[in-house]
Design a protein. Sequence first.
Length: 515
Amino acid sequence: MEEQDYLLDSKIRFHDRHRFEIKLDIDLAAGRKSSYQVESWFFIPRALNIGPHTYSKEHFYNSSQRYIRFKTPKISLSKLADSATKISPLNRISQELPDMLAGARKPGSIATVYNEFKLLGCIIRGEIRDYAGYFLDELKSVSENSVKDGAKCSFLEESAGNFVRDLNLIIEKIKSIRQTQSNPAVPQKIKEAFSFFDEFFSLIAEEYLTLMAQAVEKSPLNEKLAAIKNSLLEIVIAQNNYRKSMNYPSVSRDDRTREVLIYRRGVLKKFISSALYLKVEISEWESMLQFLFGVAAGLAMLFAILVTVYAQNRFAMNSAAFVAVVVLSYIFKDRLKDWLKLLFSRGMTRWFSDRKINILDQMSGGKIGFLKEAFSFVNPMALSPDISRIRNIDNITSIDEDGKPERVFKYEKKILLYPGKILRFHERRRDINDIMRFNIGDFIVHADDSEVDYPFADSQTREVRILKCPRVYHLNVVIKYIYSDPAGRQTVNYDRIRIVLNKEGIVRLEEVKAV
């Protein structure tokens, strides 16, 4: 179980009012192949009218977004700024730029520097974000006792001081590159890449450092950490003034520029993050499943032909009985075809997928793996014992299930990766993030209003009053993770999440212990 948690770490979180996100962090083990499988069971209240005839495969796949990318490499800010760190993008950029100034045009050097700027932005954002999260968590844990003894304060002061020092080293390094890249001998593409990186870094530093300073203000350690707060605010103000001096769009002045600020941040984030994203090619509807659907149509037609032949032998062709039998055969033919297609799509997903997605490395263009997906509704009575147990683990009584009738559909995906091909081209980008965002918009179309009036008698005033009560629905998801290492050994883990919905969307996510 520990190995599974290490190799395949899952995070399920709220994304916005209509979407939640399942993110898998996959640490690839060395070997020729590495595979994992994720089986997700969605338990939907029948009151939401989600079923095989109202919610198709196309609905499901249109409601979900998939992203497969490399995990952000971990290099500390101090190591990024250290000239001895060979894998630091800062150092690789600093080594390539002097050659460009000297007129050298090594093959691929422009593409290398261009990508290093994007990777540098990813790494710096990850380091600042992770430290800011750690700092905020530590501040939240402060109690009156820790304020009095000063232990927590001293620890945070030293830690935040080191962070500010390292960040200032990065800022100085960026200033040095800024002076170099402004030379006319530097290619225009590199100038533009630096400009995007520079603005992105300034925004990210301002955003997370502002959150840290705000947290200090609200903390019992506010007075003791005043020097740290001032150091953070100095960087924030300096970055804002710098963007103004450079006429970067991401400066908030009025309603119009505030709109541009958010839009611009999104553009910059997508540019920087593209250093990590893998290219995917989707092959819709696997040929074998289509063949089975063809078999279903053929069997239905065979049924209609046999009935027609029988009717010809039994009745005159111009008789009412013959016409009635032929018409009924065609009616049953269409129903038989639909039933067989549904049967095949349910029963054959174990062997055949709805579609296959090839995963390609953007740098080499080579195939580094593939993903297969399958979707089907399942009979709740046919669930495996482990899934049924986890779904019902929080039932209060044995008859709870009768009070919450549900439909169940299953989404299954299997990913096969080739670590050897990845390591051949990458020394920093190797482990994988597999992200799926799911939109619950179709689930709430038939939901009742999010509030209901509930009359009650006030025992003190002896008056009847109306109480506004929230009306919610529980969408339960059980997820089974199966990881296969290069030696063929499998480890299994489970997650259970309750998504509380109302007419407006997601109210909250609740984790249910799956043990």
